[in-house]
Design a protein around this ligand. Sequence first.
Ligand code: NG6
Ligand code: CA
Length: 512
Amino acid sequence: MIWGCTSSYDELDSTPPNIIIIYADDAGWGDIGVYGSELIPTPHIDQLAADGIRFTSAYATAATCTPSRYSLLTGEYAFRNERAQILTGDAPLLIEPGSYTLPKMLRSAGYRTSVVGKWHLGLGEDNVDWNSQIKPGPLEVGFDESFLLPATNDRVPTVYVEGHYVVGLSDDDDPLRVSYSEQIGNLPTGHSHPELLHYPADNQHSGTIVNGISRIGWQDGGQSAWWDDEQMAFEFTERSQEFIERQKDDPFFLFLSMHEPHVPRWPHPQFVGKSDAGLRGDVIVELDWVVGQIVETLEELGIREETLVIFTSDNGPIFFDGYYEGSVETAGEHRPSGPFRGGKYHTLEGGTRMPFIASWPGAIKPGMVSDGIFSQVDLLATLADLTGIELPNEAGPDSQNLLPLLLGQTEQGREFVVQQGAELAIRKGNWKYIPNGEIASRAQHKHSMGPTALSTGQLDPIPYLFNLEDDIGETTNLADDHPGIMVELAELLEQIRNQPENRLLRLNSSNQ
Ligand code: NG6
Ligand code: CA
């Protein structure tokens, strides 16, 4: 039992490292070379794995973005907060200001903390005025600095927010206005001006056109601040490099939250055609380039050895998610979920089992592969141990300290992990229980996993029990063969649903 053990980090003879988490958006296991992708070259991410440890049972807590990010930053399963659902671009801040978060914890350990890139956790209070101070946001939940893509790259507002303000608004502009309920202003939309579109979109993505791409929602004014999709990866990279350079002599935490390969996919021309899996593959090459740039910066500054770099993703992959940009047609034999069934939106393994790599040359041996179960919700307690912080009792209710696992000192990980899609599923050891297959494989709207995974993503409205050891693709339902195991897992899931995992673990260990 990991609970309550002393810090394994004490045994390491060095100071806590700088910490960088590079978070991809909708990248699947099968999108990364070292996890088996053959059509998309990802040499820099692969190198990170060669220099560190790669996990085969690491999970995002949810199969969509907002809940996964919520869990990563708070150490709490997102299903405990009913607002932790995919947010609109004008939603208020989801994390309660002042609550205990990963950046807040690291700040108390002496780190300077920065978030660059996709946020999607809401900003401000109700009815945000984008032309004045936008508050509360990341600065109120533990970050010292922030440079954000506020929601998703397919949602308005299509501007960056730095600290409390939109970047680049000019006095000469009309005020920037955003709406998710009705069309505002007279700017062309996907519906009114389809001839202006780079590629067609579904109904939901046919709001205001920005850079030839219609978005979810409507926007008017503030035109000088609108981002350039093609430059986004460069923008985030430069902001990150500038932060790292400024902080090179003092501890820092950088949450670099990239937008690739989320829709709309629009790589910088430098990456077009650089994969054999169409535009979706090309933006993953772009993402890989960013990882390379960050590592190179650390090397140039002489701080690579003392920096822990984690690469993972917020939820499983998808081909069609609103734009007819050809990802389904050009994917070839590419299998973005690798050997797993399903993808984004699903509680099937493809939805939440993520590529997860940790590289810290000063302390983690190179080239390791670990099968221990880890969840992104564990980063809070794990990194607290790493940095010598004792968590307050109420902090990170579902976050387990798995530092020895992260550092490759043991393969002992979680006993069980909850996976959230349209409903909850649970994996314990190699058993995976899904209460209702139809809900587990449900997305809110038309989507496509592409030619290879589409036909296998749907399940019936019955309970499922899979043995992942022999059946990693979740194809054979063993519910009728092992009713006892099913009941046990169903009860465990109910227990976790009703109380924080840590409390449950404490109760169990005191009963033994
Ligand atoms: C969905 C969007 C989808 C994507 C997703 C969020 C529709 C029809 N689809 O609601 O395109 O934006 O939200 O993705 O609106 S996530 O990775 O940020 O969770
Ligand atoms: Ca996502």
